[in-house]
Design a protein around this ligand. Structure first.
Ligand SMILES: Nc1ncnc2c1ncn2[C@@H]1O[C@H](COP(=O)(O)OP(=O)(O)OP(=O)(O)O)[C@@H](O)[C@H]1O
Ligand SMILES: CC(C)(CO)[C@@H](O)C(=O)[O-]
Ligand code: BAL
Length: 280
């Protein structure tokens, strides 16, 4: 795997790959990689493809009181993991290259960014959309891969790609989970052992609610029960909601695909998860 920290070097390598007829696929990440990220790289790999992963802990998507300074950074093991996964190029831009003095542009995707994590983390999705637009312009991939674990983020990026005419095929990769159901996440390392044991309440609560709602049970009651189960396990709940899987509006209209979304905090760790209600 080749590693680039300057845009000119990256662009020269990509020009060479394209000249050789290779299709460029991008996997954007913030590093501290786990099997969820590997699943994205594996989905991106195709014969003749040039798979680019990026690692950039994007300051613009962290709020003032969030975990930017303690976000896990594991460059050496990340490089080993990406090499083993068959990634071709790693793009590791320094902050000054992404946001040089005078940087003044903001990409804001209204509507789909507004609720849920957008409301809990003001400015977060502007930061995500801005950096992903930059990564798209830097790498100019034909395809890009994002995890369904960050369900609202995926919806925001799909909207941005449509609205701004990026010629990029976006693929959402199913959430990879621990054996007990907890979604893999770089932030899981923050969990103390007793919090880790209780964290399984999050996927369990969503599973119970999805079965109830699919079975025709009362939605409001199912969401209340999920919230109560999380509180009983020691979580402070930001939201548990049933939304339209495309627009993310609450109370989806009949016939629309429904998704459960949740965010909750245990100790100093904020976890998110989601689950489709309707069979694919
Ligand atoms: N468990 C997972 N399954 C599938 N994709 C995932 C999973 N976890 C993260 N991803 C995806 O990997 C990409 C990079 O995510 P990121 O580097 O922020 O990792 P993360 O584990 O989501 O970290 P965080 O703890 O900050 O949420 C995103 O598209 C994200 O949705
Ligand atoms: C998409 C992303 C790499 C943008 O910084 C980040 O939000 C993430 O890792 O999910
Ligand atoms: N995986 C989403 C990135 C974030 O929480 O900032």
């Amino acid at each position: 795997m080749e590693v680039y920290r300057d845009l000119a070097g990256l662009r020269a390598a990509l020009a060479e790959a394209r000249a050789a007829g290779r299709e460029v696929a991008l996997v954007p990440t913030m590093g501290a990689l786990h099997a969820g990220h590997v699943a994205l790289v594996e989905a991106a790999r195709r014969p003749g493809a040039c798979v680019v992963a990026s690692i950039f802990v994007n300051p613009k998507q962290f709020g003032a009181n969030e975990d930017l300074s303690r976000y896990p950074r594991k460059e050496i093991s990340d490089i080993a993991m990406l090499t083993d996964a068959g990634c071709d190029i790693l793009w590791l831009p320094p902050v000054e290259a992404m946001y040089p003095d005078g940087f003044a542009t903001n990409v804001s995707v209204t509507g789909v960014s507004d609720g849920w994590d957008g409301a809990a983390r003001p400015g977060h999705f502007d930061g995500v959309a801005t950096v992903v637009a930059k990564l798209f312009n830097q790498v100019r991939p034909a395809r890009a891969y994002f995890g369904e674990k960050d369900f609202q983020q995926l919806a925001v990026i799909r909207r941005m790609v449509t609205d701004l005419d990026f010629e990029i095929e976006i693929t959402g990769v199913p959430t990879q989970r621990e054996d007990d159901g907890l979604a893999l996440s770089s932030r899981n390392v923050y969990l103390l052992p007793e919090e880790r044991a209780k964290a399984v309440a999050l996927p369990r609560a969503l599973g119970v609610a999805a079965r109830t709602i699919l079975g025709g049970g009362d939605t409001a009651r199912a969401l209340e029960d999920a919230t109560a189960a999380l509180v009983a396990a020691g979580f402070a709940v930001d939201y548990v909601a049933l939304v339209d899987a495309e627009t993310l509006v609450a109370d989806p209209a009949p016939g629309r695909r429904r998704q459960l979304l949740a965010a909750a905090r245990i100790g100093n760790t904020r976890l998110i998860d989601n689950l489709a209600v309707d069979p694919a």
